[in-house]
Design a protein around this ligand. Sequence first.
Ligand code: F3S
Length: 760
Amino acid sequence: MEMKNTAFDIDMIKKVYAEMPAKVDAARTALGRPLTLSEKILFAHLHSDMKLENFGRGKSYVDFAPDRVAMQDATAQMALLQFMQAGRPKVAVPSTVHCDHLIMAKNEAKQDLEVANSESKEVYDFLASVSNKYGLGFWKPGAGIIHQVVLENYAFPGGMMIGTDSHTVNAGGLGMIAIGVGGADACDVMAGLPWELKWPKLIGIKLTGKLSGWTAPKDVILKVAGILTVKGGTGAIVEYFGEGATSMSCTGKGTICNMGAEIGATTSTFGYDESMSRYLAATGRAEIAAMADGIKEYLNGDAECYANPAQYFDEVIEINLSELEPHLNGPFTPDLATPISKMKEAAAANNWPTKIEVGLIGSCTNSSYEDISRAVSLAKQVNEKGLRAKAEYTITPGSEQVRYTIERDGFLEIFDKMGATVFANACGPCIGMWARVGAEKQERNTIVHSFNRNFAKRADGNPNTLAFVGSPELVTALAIAGDLTFNPITDFLTNEKGERVKLDEPTGMELPPRGFAVDDPGYQAPAEDGSSVAVAVDPASKRLQLLAPFAEWEGTDLKGLKLLIKAKGKCTTDHISMAGPWLKFRGHLDNISNNMLIGAVNYFNEKTDSVKNQLTGEYGPVPATQRAYKAAGIGSIVVGDENYGEGSSREHAAMEPRFLGVRAVLTKSFARIHETNLKKQGMLALTFANKADYDKIQEDDTIDIVGLTEFAPGKPLTLVLTHTDGSKDEILANHTYNHQQIEWFKAGAALNIIRKQVAG
Ligand code: F3S
């Protein structure tokens, strides 16, 4: 059946496009200079309460009015539980829920989907009924991965959206400013309240030349990650431009923007061009392309900004696509970039196991028709050249539309001949939902995948799995070779007959020549009037729990806090609130809190999930220790290292400590989303004024936070550390709270203020 797209909200897009030129022109006049694309979209989405001014990059907090909200099922539960507390009859902006995170990849798509539908039934029913009641579009399990479904149906050039998943940024491939947030932000926007963001810095990436041969859009972002590292994009929008940008497909741009999350960027985007117009038309949205054509100059940066980028961007990087090599990034961090020609040396120097056990393609990052068609051009050669794939090989299609189309076009049959397993159209191994046989043995092994993240345990829960990230075509070639050091550009393989053969370069198609098709896309539109729809949450449920508001600040300094943990080194949101098996408790704050910080390394004993209980002197798991403090009515503090909370947008990483009675998190530095999430939940997110003071924190410290009665923007707080020998240290802690965020702290959480506003 030919695909018809009726999911998007055309009236909203018409309004955005009708208003955009005047808003951009006003901003250009006010600033008296040309504007980048990012600035145009930001200015076009200022909240009506905001006065137009030259906002300070990396300084000013600005209120915005995003056009859309998207949520995946793991984060939507908490976001919607929070939204229900706000007391609104309907969502204020078009919003959607996507069931993609809770499906365990084990056998193959059909069976795995059946298991998920029965195991997560109460969650799916809850999400479907809340969506129906409050006017949200609902995408059933099996419909696809949020970011692919958003790109296919909702993203539009020049739009602004937020999503409760850090890879929301994927929609930048279609020229949006799309930003990953916590559920509390989604709740604000769905409730019609302004959404606040620090005006971002701008990184310009000029792409020259053209991709060819083995090099793919994925290699652009793998290279960028190598240059900027996991922190390099923090607080910035990355804007790509140049002939190399326009020569790439829209979905390739999506891949690049997707992994902007891995460099900590607020988001990434590209100017509107013909590749976007082609993609919009192919996905049933020619009407939007026609409208975008009409205001094209507003959907691109001004030419002067690209001619002299150093004047208009805070940082400029230039990459020549014609010279770019395929890369593999990893293991354990997405910014350790190794060009494929250097992998032999790198693997030997680091003693990485070179035998590849599994190659995995697909996911939200890389499952476009183009990606799959290029991978299939290699899979085809397995038969043609008498080869046998040496590693296991799996595919997770990004959407039912992609899956249906690649099946129709015979690609799945070719993969099948190679011995591939097709998992459900869902996150699966990308989010740790992979029941990998033997992973529990924790053997050291190597996998390659075309996903975005490769932190320890991310894919299969095994801390000894070394995961390398590459393009789908490179992953396919490596799965065929079964060898991490295989360079398909130069190396030969030996086929089953003992002959030396070489893989031909991958080839593919940007879009399906016969168009996309889908039978059941898996979409449920909401009821026109949802007032009579009932939403049931069983009080005995282990997976869903209605929320109770957090307590207000007591109005005094915080005295006698115990140190819960001094985390050493990398502490991502996966370390703070692990995914994988815990995903099923995302709608139940009490139960999911049993994973709090269990992945963080305790500075004092170098162990995970083992901290000293200061009340008993014994070592125990972090959550149990914190529950003991809570039961005794004692607050606590968590200390962290650099870029604490990097990774995902999950607000559970902030809600769990809040729920269990942690009062403050003090770090050398924070990842943006996590810092904001802590603030939203009424926690204190503080940084060492002097980073060396991290060393002053001792295991048995009792800590007072002083200065809260005069808590004010830009004014540091004082922490008094009392050590076991009775000696004291006084240290200064900085913070980035503005007036409004201080009110959140005082009210106990941002949501407590929202509820009062809606009621009032
Ligand atoms: Fe899903 Fe996120 Fe991957 S949306 S496919 S887990 S990065």
